[in-house]
Design a protein around this ligand. Structure first.
Ligand SMILES: Cc1cc2nc3c(=O)[nH]c(=O)nc-3n(C[C@H](O)[C@H](O)[C@H](O)COP(=O)(O)OP(=O)(O)OC[C@H]3O[C@@H](n4cnc5c(N)ncnc54)[C@H](O)[C@@H]3O)c2cc1C
Length: 478
């Protein structure tokens, strides 16, 4: 296979880069070892689109996050991704925390986030009634926002695909080839790809990819973040992203709504060595409970429907880097896209593309670029008239499969037939939320397996939860 550009990694960053590259007359291939687009860290985070108010001023990360935040009004509209500008609050409960507020405001100012406001304790309680009543005052950051992180990545990818980008999934990059100081190709476990440009957007494994071209002057360790997800019906909710005042050691644990109405509580920040350790622990979850009760004393953690964890790619030495090298034409190395990469992805798409153009990559725009992408019509969001129309057009919309989230067979079949098809149970779950409700798949999973088996033309025993080998069914019992 021959192409102009290979992007390694189909997480938020790789897919945003691919979408931006798809505006140009170039051939682009995205390669990912996972069975679906969506990345690793990109599908297990707090889902916040940050403003950059608390970034380290003057860093590339600050520039990217501050630039990216305003881009999401347009991206969410053009790509049909649930997004809400709910705002964040940073309440102070102790004198020590209260005295930090001017410094936090000053940092926001240095990051050019000028709309951060001081609110009194009374004002904060008026907008966030479940807040600890000891609150003395705090900061309000109106443009901190929430998004559906799964659909953001799927939407970047689908739109890139509509514009000609080729996605090679379940394909692992095992080497990069060079000749005369130039990129010549990528070797994968499914064959070789000749190319002139490579973008390393491999997240946690970007150091491994960098080692293939001798550019691994850093290493990456996972920084684990554990979370609780609470039921939509929990009685003690918040309206904003409620953040603790950071300490020297940690940004701390937050509570916020998701775009779908659940409550998210966490995350921890635990440095590990094992890049595959995705376990949640009693110790980690207990620390979340203790910390979040200082913010929202009434939080009802017994309304938890699931717990999960994500691994931040923590670069050593620290810092978000986009590196190019005088002695290696055609190679862009991203590293340290750690805690704000979901947000930064929109700006990184542009930044990486312009970096490649400055390097000498041809830059001719397509006149037929398709800027918008439509998501799968949602049955539960439709009004009665729209529901009738959906069922009239496709009777499978009349069969509810996931009772908790009201997801129909019509939506599941469409997800399987999309240009970037959902081919596993988790891929369906991330696109549609079938199995993400209160029972977490207890009722709908067997039906989802049946539909996947039928549509993919395989026996149920071969339907995967996610990666190769993750079979759930071993055979019939009666
Ligand atoms: C607990 C937690 C909370 C967070 N909260 C937020 C938040 O609220 N807001 C925010 O903006 N950011 C947040 N982040 C950070 C954000 O999630 C990440 O910075 C971002 O998702 C990184 O995206 P990525 O595409 O670089 O990496 P990933 O999503 O990890 O994608 C990398 C991809 O590369 C692929 N890959 C790796 N090696 C190979 C190979 N050899 N061959 C082929 N493919 C390969 C992987 O399979 C993976 O799909 C959080 C992260 C965590 C863990």
């Amino acid at each position: 296979m021959k192409t102009d550009v290979v992007v390694i990694g189909a997480g938020a960053v790789g897919c945003a880069v691919a979408r931006e590259l798809s505006k140009l007359k170039l051939s682009v291939v995205v390669v990912d070892k996972n069975e679906d687009v969506g990345g690793d860290a990109s599908k297990s985070n707090s889902a916040i689109i940050h403003t950059g108010y608390d970034a380290s001023p003057g860093t590339l990360e600050s520039r990217l996050v501050v630039a990216a935040n305003p881009m999401y009004d347009r991206i969410s509209r053009d790509l049909d991704v649930p997004f809400s500008r709910i705002g964040a609050i940073l309440p102070a409960f102790t004198d020590e925390q209260f005295e930090k507020l001017p410094f936090l405001k000053e940092k926001a100012f240095d990051n050019r986030v000028y709309d951060v406001e001081y609110l009194t304790g009374e004002q904060l309680l008026a907008i966030e009634p479940n807040l600890n009543p000891e609150v003395k005052g705090g900061l309000y950051i109106p443009r901190e926002s929430i998004i559906d992180p799964f659909l953001l990545v799927v939407a970047y990818a689908e739109n890139a695909q509509q514009n000609g980008v080729n996605f090679l999934l379940s394909t692992k990059v095992v080497d990069i080839t060079t000749a005369g100081g130039k990129i010549t190709g990528v070797k994968t476990d499914a064959g070789d790809i000749e190319c002139d440009y490579v973008v390393n957007a491999a997240g946690l494994y970007c150091d491994e990819i960098a080692s293939y071209v001798g550019k691994n002057d850093y290493y990456v360790n996972p920084r684990k973040g554990q979370f609780y997800i609470l039921d939509k019906n929990t009685s003690v909710k918040v309206n904003h992203i409620v953040l603790p005042i950071p300490t020297k050691l940690t940004k701390g644990k937050l509570m916020c709504p998701t775009v779908h109405g659940n409550m998210l509580v966490g995350p921890t920040a635990e440095d590990l060595d094992d890049k595959t350790d995705k376990s949640t622990t009693a110790e980690g979850l207990d620390s979340i409970a203790a910390d979040v009760r200082k913010l929202i004393p009434g939080v009802r953690l017994n309304d938890t429907i699931t717990q999960y964890c994500g691994l931040r790619p923590n670069r050593n030495p620290e810092g978000l880097h986009v590196d190019v090298y005088d002695d290696l034409y055609g190679y862009v190395n991203l590293s340290g896209v750690r805690s704000t990469g979901l947000t930064a992805s929109a700006a990184l798409g542009v930044y990486v593309t312009q970096t490649l153009i400055r390097m000498g990559m041809p830059a001719e725009y397509k006149t037929d670029f398709i800027a918008t992408r439509k998501g799968i019509p949602s049955f539960h969001k439709a009004n009665d008239e729209q529901k009738e129309e959906l069922i009239r057009q496709n009777p499978l919309y009349g069969r509810v499969i996931c009772r908790c989230e009201t997801i129909t067979e019509g939506e599941i079949v469409e997800a399987i037939r999309r240009p970037i098809p959902a081919r596993s149970i988790d891929a369906i779950k991330r696109r549609l939320r079938a199995g993400m409700g209160r029972c977490h798949g207890g009722f709908c999973r067997p039906k989802v397996i049946e539909i996947l088996a039928r549509e993919l033309g395989v026996p149920a025993e071969e339907v995967l939860k996610n990666q190769k080998g993750s079979y759930l069914v071993t055979g019939r019992v009666k």
